[in-house]
Design a protein around this ligand. Structure first.
Ligand SMILES: Cc1cc2nc3c(=O)[nH]c(=O)nc-3n(C[C@H](O)[C@H](O)[C@H](O)COP(=O)(O)O)c2cc1C
Length: 178
């Protein structure tokens, strides 16, 4: 499978990066190819709803990091998202990239699988619920099959994460993809 992993944390080696790394390791060991896109380290503009992508054949007005991501996204068999929870949702860095799917909404509405990896400080699913709902809505709209969601509760920093088996869960999710 061709996998695209989009991460949303500004911490290169933070908790959500650890889950992303573990998932990627498992997926690569199982023979899948992975393209990783760290949204927080890309130059990305927020969608300005000019509709040029839909009303002309010129595509998105912005020439930025999405130009690198889009070909991989369109070809992907599975798209994975890894993000910290920021104020009860996935991070703005990730949201910004996802909003830019708008330019390719029609082309992206093809069968794909999808995975969501979340990390957060809180110990209840209330913090994760917004992101999980967004993921459900987005994948329903795009017609993508959800094959795994990991919500790493009580994982506000790496030390906390390393006391859990969430990285192992992410590894196994990647390793056992079908
Ligand atoms: C701006 C901001 C908002 C946050 N909001 C929440 C929140 O609503 N719920 C929660 O449980 N943790 C919240 N956190 C904590 C992070 O989700 C947590 O520290 C996470 O492990 C960071 O992931 P990272 O290491 O991949 O960057 C917030 C952190 C920041 C910086």
């Amino acid at each position: 499978m061709k996998i695209v992993m989009i991460t949303g944390s500004p911490h290169r080696h933070g908790t959500s990066a650890l889950l992303a790394d573990a998932f990627i390791q498992g997926a690569q060991e199982a023979g899948h190819t992975v393209f990783r896109f760290d949204a927080a380290f890309q130059e990305l503009h927020p969608c300005r709803a000019c509709e040029r992508c839909h009303n002309t054949d010129k595509g998105c007005i912005y020439k930025d990091g999405m130009e690198e991501l889009n070909p991989h996204l369109l070809e992907a068999d599975l798209v994975a998202f890894a993000s910290p929870i920021y104020y009860y949702d996935w991070s703005a860095q990730l949201k910004l990239a996802i909003d830019r799917f708008y330019a390719n909404s029609t082309a992206l509405r093809t069968p794909k699988k999808a995975v969501l990896l979340l990390t957060m400080e809180d110990d209840t699913m209330e913090s994760a619920a917004g992101a999980v709902l967004s993921f459900q809505g987005m994948t329903n709209y795009l017609g993508w099959e959800r094959v795994g969601v990991i919500s790493a509760l009580s994982c506000g920093d790496l030390a906390a994460m390393e006391r859990t088996d969430y990285p192992q869960q992410a590894y196994e999710l990647g390793k056992n993809l079908r």
